[in-house]
Ligand binder design. Structure first.
Ligand code: ADP
Ligand code: AMP
Length: 210
């Protein structure tokens, strides 16, 4: 099965992708995580991407498309989280899937307003070692500011500062929202209320896949 999760930053795509991918045995592919991994390893691609990520802008299509092309060669059943984010990426994605004789089963649109997103992102904390995602109010770690899995001190992502988040939301509206229509026209889009509690959102997705 191949699913796409689209929605504004902070909508809960990563949180749900982690849960659903484990339940359904799918590969969770997050282009944001892959870019951050490149950055941590100081690859040329990572250093180039950083210029854009720090400002909350989208990384150029060709860089992201290359990453995805590589990863889907060896992972045919996946949840794509954070890609495609532009019409060009959506078209390129269709092309690569066609070349592999694959297709997308469903696209989940995580619908949520800007103020809720700001609340979620300003409280988001992540483990720099394993990437686990927490929230200071909605998903507290067991021990203050430490990862439940490896005890690492949690951090705030550089691009989770409020001014950068506001720009990311703007970029989402102008560049990613048109992608919703692209999948709507293909009758693949399912809109879900992403402002609900995490368990409710999980249940809605599972139900829609039955
Ligand atoms: P995205 O991958 O869409 O950017 P995340 O999954 O990282 O979003 O979620 C953003 C923040 O909101 C995280 O701190 C996460 O713990 C929290 N969160 C995720 N889903 C919910 C939810 N349904 N209700 C409240 N907080 C949530
Ligand atoms: P995310 O982890 O999905 O919030 O992504 C963090 C940042 O990585 C974004 O603000 C972009 O700068 C970059 N990024 C992630 N996915 C893409 C994509 N599909 N296209 C362009 N840039 C991306």
């Amino acid at each position: 099965m191949r699913l796409i999760f689209i929605g504004p930053p902070g909508a809960g795509k990563g949180t749900q992708a982690k849960i659903i991918s484990e339940r359904l045995n799918l590969k969770h592919i997050s282009t944001g995580d892959l870019l951050r991994e490149n950055l941590q390893n100081k690859t040329a691609l990572g250093l180039k991407a950083k210029e854009y990520m720090d400002k909350g802008e989208l990384v150029p299509d060709n860089l992201v498309i290359e990453i995805v092309k590589e990863v889907i060669k060896t992972n045919k059943n996946f949840i794509m989280d954070g890609f495609p984010r532009t019409i060009n990426q959506a078209i390129a994605f269709d092309e690569m899937l066609k070349n592999l004789s694959l297709s997308i089963d469903k696209v989940f649109y995580f619908s949520i307003g800007e103020e809720e997103v700001i609340k979620r992102i300003s409280g988001r904390r992540v483990c720099p070692k394993c990437g686990a995602v927490y929230h200071v109010i909605y998903k507290k770690p067991k021990n203050d500011e430490m990862c439940d899995f490896d005890g690492e001190k949690l951090i705030q992502r550089d691009d989770d500062k409020e001014e950068v988040v506001r720009n990311r939301f703007k970029v989402y509206v102008t560049q990613t929202e048109p992608v919703l229509n692209y999948y709507k026209e293909k009758s693949l889009l399912i809109e879900i209320d992403a402002s609900l509690a995490p368990e409710k959102v999980t249940n809605i997705i599972i139900e829609a896949l039955r």
